[in-house]
Design a protein around this ligand. Structure first.
Ligand code: PMP
Length: 401
């Protein structure tokens, strides 16, 4: 008998578990719209040309495999903060940002959560309802208490702005408000610039600390600057804030685990101290981060030619997703005779569409149509091709009725 008899079976992950089920399905029609990973029109994984070029350069230079410092690759940390805030931003000029390389978006969020737990033991995190499922796991494991603020309004398939503001207002002063920088996951619904201003007003009034999760910079709209709008607005307004970054989607570096945590402080002195404590938290967790992805990012962003080429490839990826979104909308509108308004599909931003299908309907999508998706009704348009839109539209209409 095992000493581990008391260890019970963990449930499958709600997102990654979908891919496992997909792999087990032998039907030719099967479609994996679960995990948010970019595919080509042929539904194949895509390695960006700029990544291949950067890797070639790296190989030619014969770089070694020595440990990085705890805070990661200096050249990466520099460019990642500049990409996020803008190189000419005063927070960078004044040395007020503590940036350390993280294990992609997830690891960066987790490190920040550990920091919150250690230095703000009484503070609570506020997360949107719904949100990316892993946010709850991250705060739970870091022992940061959290509660939800209203975000999605099923009646309009849009933003519940009044509910959001009311809930942020009702939270204890000094809470950490987790915000999706752009392309909210899973809804694809973002506040307007005017709404961001008002969200900043309440956060300021309540002395909360904004905590941005930026997993899609440049990947949502195709523009790095447009997708950083919300973060830069809050910085302009003088907030101290946290930002977790990920290069999984915009550079397609999913498995390289490359991202960063940035803490904007009101003085460079505070920034230095915060950085020292982030390093202290990282050391016993993973010691120091992996180098390969950091070098790729540093090479791509640091080289004007590669940087321009990256922007073009990002526009291409974002453009393909927008085309698929448009085609899906057209197919749904043409085929559905019920008079339902499908325009919400076009209003959503980023790689996901939040269909409004509930759990039983999502199960029907999988059981009858072999379409794999998360049970909250979210589909990844990045895993869809133009030629599969019609099939998907048939499945969605059938599952709604
Ligand atoms: N935050 C959000 C909102 C995400 O959608 C994702 C990726 N699905 C992440 C963070 C982190 O992903 P990764 O750890 O691969 O960077």
């Amino acid at each position: 008998v095992s000493r581990f008899e008391g260890v019970t079976m963990a449930p499958p992950d709600p997102i990654l578990g979908v891919s496992e089920a997909f792999r087990a399905d032998t039907n030719d029609l099967k479609l994996n719209l679960g995990v948010g990973a970019y595919r080509t029109e042929e539904l194949q994984p895509y390695v960006l040309n700029v990544v291949k070029k950067a890797e070639k350069l790296m190989l030619e230079r014969g770089e070694n495999k020595e440990y990085l410092p705890i805070e990661g690759l200096a050249a990466f940390n520099k460019v990642t903060a500049e990409l996020l805030f803008g190189a000419d931003n005063s927070v960078i000029q004044e040395g007020r940002v503590a940036t350390i390389q993280g294990l992609s978006g997830t690891g960066s969020l987790r490190l920040a959560a550990a920091f919150i737990h250690r230095y703000f033991p009484d503070a609570k995190a506020l997360i949107s309802s719904p949100t990316w499922g892993n946010h709850k796991n991250i705060f739970n494991d870091a022992r940061v208490p959290w509660s939800e603020y209203r975000y999605y309004d099923p009646r309009t398939v849009g933003l519940d702005f009044d509910g959001m503001v009311a809930d942020i207002k009702a939270a204890p002063d000094g809470s950490f408000v987790l915000l999706h920088g752009c392309a909210h996951n899973p809804t694809g619904i973002d506040p307007t610039p005017e709404q961001w201003e008002k969200i900043a007003d309440v956060i300021q009034e309540k002395n909360h600390i904004p905590f941005f999760d930026v997993a899609y910079q440049g990947f949502a709209s195709g523009s790095l600057d447009a997708d950083a709008y919300s973060v830069r607005l809050f910085v302009r307004r003088g907030f101290e804030l946290l930002v977790a970054q990920s290069y999984s989607k915009n550079l397609g570096l999913y498995a390289e685990r490359i991202g960063a945590i940035n803490v904007v402080c009101s003085s460079s002195d505070a920034g230095t101290r915060v950085k020292s404590q982030l390093k202290r938290l990282a050391r016993p967790m993973y010691s120091n981060p992996p180098v390969h992805g950091a070098r790729i990012v540093a090479n791509v962003v640091g080289d004007p030619n590669l940087f321009n080429e990256w922007k073009q490839e990002m526009e291409l990826m974002a453009g393909r997703i927008k085309n698929v979104r448009q085609r899906l909308y057209e197919n749904l509108s043409e085929k559905d005779k019920s008079g339902k308004d499908w325009s919400f599909v076009l209003k959503q931003i980023g790689m996901f569409s939040y269909t409004g299908l509930h759990k039983a309907q999502s199960d029907h999508m999988t059981d009858k149509w072999h379409i794999y998706m998360t049970k909250d009704g979210r589909i990844s348009l990045a895993g869809l091709s133009l030629s599969k839109c019609e099939y998907l539209a048939d499945a969605i209409i059938d599952s709604f009725h």
